[in-house]
Design a protein around this ligand. Sequence first.
Ligand code: NDP
Ligand code: 2IT
Length: 465
Amino acid sequence: MILFFKIFDYICSVEYKSIIKMKAKEVIDDLRRRFPNEPEYLQAVEEVLMSIEDVYNEHPEFERYNLIERLCMPDRIFSFRVSWVDDKGRVQNNMGYRIQHNNAIGPYKGGIRFHSSVNQSILKFLAFEQTFKNSLTTLPMGGGKGGSDFSPKGKSDMEVMRFCQAFVAELWRHIGPDTDVPAGDIGVGGREVGYMYGMYKKMAREFTGTFTGKGLEFGGSLVRPEATGYGNVYFLLNMLATRGIDIKGKKVAISGSGNVATYTAKKLLSLGAKVITMSDSNGTIYVPEGLTEEQLDFIFELKNIYRGRIREFAEKYGCEYVEGGRPWGYPCDIAMPSATQNELDGDDARTLLANGCFAVSEGANMPSTPDAVHEFVNARILYAPGKAANAGGVSVSGLEMAQNSQKLSWTAEEVDAKLQRIMADIHTQCQKYGKEADGYTNYVKGANIAGFMKVAKAMMAQGIL
Ligand code: NDP
Ligand code: 2IT
């Protein structure tokens, strides 16, 4: 009789387990039905769900707690009007947002983007990705993202300041050093963080580490400006080492010419690699023999001080410039897309592969379309998705938070050493979860599973919230 019940129990549990499996496609279809106008968000969710489905289904308790839906949908979204006065005395109106995606492993953490293209779908995708990226960093940070469709391009310093103050006049009540800690992203650098932090401090009447990427004089961390670009190169070096490849002399195509792109180029030059392209939203420069340090300094000043266009580099140095062009058509060994999402499509990927490109390490968030990712993984090249390769920026933001809490500042050497260790650790996590039967490391799968497991376990432990 006892044996009969035991067998019955066993059969029931097996049956139950098989019924409660998560089906990634069904979850995605449901989200597609509920959020039909959010293509970037759906794209990011689909990529993650397809790679974690098997691991997720090894844990029936996840599905019993409907963990996947709770993890895909942001905890909350704030959206608000931002009204400010331009230099001509006209009243301008923009939309502002903050997406607090998930705080299972730490306070919400992620950048602020100011760009005319910003909308809820783009910020939802960025906040979703940030949750897994921050989990990979080994530091206690949840995921968030914010921004506005305000474009700092062509605006005076005073206009940027007035906008930042108006933005924070709404945002400040939702953020705090242990609640939600914003930082920079496209269109938000040291200048904007300074203005936003100043206004936050005034409203909240406290001096705490509520923003990262602050100036060095008021709590910023050494190496934070460099961290995303340097971190991406450190990650690349870890990948190259698995195949015994030396970076020296390799031709690298970089897109963008902002924070991430310029510091990526700087580190590459110091290692003897050749940076053959850079770009902005208007066009691409091509320097087949590789940029010199002096030329890179010029780009840095052009973009950060004069806020000019990359075309002006070509005018000064007489190199090739293609209006509206992208960097992916030039022969290179390595590609490091560092501008924006979906800037490298399937055709670009096929061209890169045909030209002999053997490594792609993403500085931007989701710069490769799903078709391009498929090409890279199928071709078995070294391919690092943004959430692993560009995690150095938010990692040093996490280190900035730690320094602010301790009311101490560490030396550049200390921060850089920690950054290198974190990037190596992320690489190891990708290898652990991303190894395929043929020995290939699928960094997409590895990063998604490693990032997911930590957040999932924390969510399980904390109950249904
Ligand atoms: P910046 O604003 O400093 O630079 C952005 C660069 O990308 C500029 O050259 C810009 O050109 C170009 N760009 C922006 N939008 C487009 C577009 N729609 N089409 C073509 N080019 C475009 O930003 P960051 O360098 O900080 O950010 C670049 C990428 O890196 C983003 O995807 C960001 O999310 C990601 N990232 C940033 C981190 C950071 O710490 N800053 C951390 C991790 C990821 P133009 O001047 O013409 O607009
Ligand atoms: O996409 C990103 O990781 C960033 N823009 C940096 C976020 C941060 O909090 O430093």
